[in-house]
Design a protein around this ligand. Sequence first.
Ligand code: SF4
Length: 276
Amino acid sequence: MMSVSENLLGNVFGIYLARATDEEILKRKVASGGAVTALLAYALEKGLIDGVVTAKRTEGLEGQAVVARTREELLETAGNKWSIVPFASRMKAKIEEEDLKNVAVVCLPCQAQFFGQMRDFPLLESDFGERIKYIVSLFCIGTFAFEAFLNYLRMKHGIMAQDIKDIVLKGDFLEIYHGDSVLSLPIKEVYSYLQAGCLVCTDYTGTWSDISAGFVESERGWTVLITRNLKAEELVKSAEKDGYIELRDGSHVMGEVLKAAREKLARAQKNMMYLL
Ligand code: SF4
C-alpha cells in the first residue's frame, strides 16, 4: 500500500492493474480490461449500491445519462465517452425518479469535482450528495465540441457520425473506429476541436473521486485503478476476493500516469497564458 500523497494525482491510497474475470465483460472491453464494469457489477450484486449513473453513447459522439441497476444494463453503457454528457444537472431528478438511495457515479474529472464537492460540502437545500456512495472518475485528456469535430470528420475524412463505433486514445493517436475501418489521427491534429474548458483543465485523473480509472500504453488489456480512500480500497479488494476482478500491483505504471497528468497541466498552463 502506498502512503497518502498530495501531488498532481491527488490522494493515492493504492494503485493497481485490474481486469474483469467475466468473459462477457472482457469481450466487450478488451482495450480497457473492464475492471470498472466488473467493480460496479460487484457493488450492485452485493447490494452496496442500488444504481450506477453513467453515460451511454447513443449516436456518433453523443451520449445520454442512464441509470444501470444490473450487470446487463452496465454492459450496455460500454464505449468511450468523448463528449460531456450533461448528466450532472439531470442526475438529481433521475435519482429521485428512480428512488435511488446509494449510487455510484461514473464520470469525468470535472464532474467528479462537482459531485465530490456536493457530497463533502452539501448545499443546505439539497440532500443529493449523501446519496452518492462512490465517485469513479475516468482519466481524461478532454472532450470534443462534438458538432465541430463531427463536421471535421465528415468534411476531411468522409466519416459520418452514425458510422462511428468507438474512439480510442492510443499513445499520441486517436483511433476512430467507423464501419469496418479504423482512422488513426495524430492527437495534435484534433486538439483544436476540444471543448474550450478542456484546454485549461489541469485534472487528468479526477482527484475528487473515490476511484480513478484509465489505462496506460504499456499495459493494454488492464485497467489502471487508483484508490483514494479506505472505502474505495475495500471495494477493490473485496471484488478481487470474490472473484470479480484480477488484481496486480500497479506501482510501476505510476510514472506513466504522472507523465500524462504533467502533459495535461503543461497544456493548460500554455493555454492560460494566451487568456491572460
Ligand atoms: S478535460 Fe477537464 S474539463 Fe474537459 S472533460 Fe476532461 S475533466 Fe472535464
